[in-house]
Design a protein around this ligand. Structure first.
Ligand code: CU
Length: 289
């Protein structure tokens, strides 16, 4: 292929890509960076990604530019003998140092950002008033809302309140499946477990994903700023035949709505348990159980 034909092919491919992306604007949303906006840790992950992407684009343009420049500038006809050039020590030392410096910058930026991704902040002034607890991780003032997330083939179960890991039944804590309700502006810490295989909790707008591993408890947190928002997630670890059905929905409501919902949920569970007790009595009495 001649240089001109190659350049034409590259231009045509570039044009086709641009047209297909422009014609599908919804495909552009979050095409190149992680989702954000639902929680400060998600925002920090997003901004770290953008910084690294920008540096990578600069490196890409320089390298590809030098390559294309060299290909066209120094192209030779068939049978030509290439010029033999020995190593340019100064140039080689320069680009080794430049590459090392880029790595240093990436490392420093990452370590500067890391604490705000890992450590939860305090709840906002409009958040729910919560009691302190010693479960990790904790915001500086120790006050947070604890929700236990339990993965099972193939649904997420959420138990609300401190003590959800070991005293959920004793404390009669309310629970729900698939759809999680949370108060806005409140630091929510998730204790994540699995009762069967490895699952992975991931609601992209609310931060990084965390595996649910049988026999272990893993943690993450989020702090959703706006009541009325909903965030969707999907189990991110292939966990079996119905893995694709293992979705999650997080609904952000006001603290008052959250407390009301908790009460409703508690009552609904109590009434369902009452019905089951009556049914069990009947089945036992009639010799069917
Ligand atoms: Cu799964």
């Amino acid at each position: 292929m001649t240089g001109r034909a190659a350049a034409g092919l590259v231009s045509a491919l570039g044009l086709a890509l641009a047209v297909s992306l422009t014609a599908a604007p919804s495909a552009l949303a979050n095409c190149c960076t992680p989702k954000s906006g639902g929680s400060p840790n998600a925002d920090q992950i997003h901004s770290l990604y953008v910084i690294i992407l920008a540096i990578a684009i600069v490196v890409f343009v320089i390298v590809e530019g030098a390559l294309l420049y060299s290909v066209f500038k120094f192209r030779a006809k068939k049978g030509a003998v290439a010029a033999q050039i020995h190593g340019n020590t100064r140039l080689e030392i320069s680009w080794t140092i430049a590459a090392a410096l880029i790595l240093v910058v990436l490392t420093v930026v990452t370590f500067v950002k890391l604490p705000s991704i890992i450590n939860p902040p305090n709840s906002g002034p409009n958040g729910l008033v919560l009691s302190a607890s010693t479960t990790q991780p904790v915001p500086p003032n120790g006050r947070k809302l604890t929700i236990c997330v339990q993965g099972r083939q193939y649904i997420w179960r959420y138990t609300y309140g401190a003590g959800c890991l070991d005293k959920a039944f004793a404390l009669n804590l309310p629970y729900s499946y698939q759809e999680m309700e949370v108060p806005a502006d409140t630091t929510v810490v998730l204790n994540i477990q699995s009762i069967d295989v490895i699952h992975s909790w991931w609601v992209p707008s609310l931060g990084g994903k965390v595996d649910a591993v049988p026999g272990y408890t893993t943690y993450t947190w989020f702090k959703a700023p706006h009541a009325g928002a909903t965030y969707r997630g999907q189990c991110a670890q292939l966990c079996g035949r119905q893995h694709a059905a293992m979705t999650a929905l997080v609904k952000v409501v006001t603290p008052a709505q959250y407390l009301e919902w908790l009460q409703q949920q508690r009552q609904a569970i109590q009434s369902a348990n009452g019905n089951v007790a009556v049914l069990r009595q009947y089945l036992t009495a009639t010799g069917n159980l």
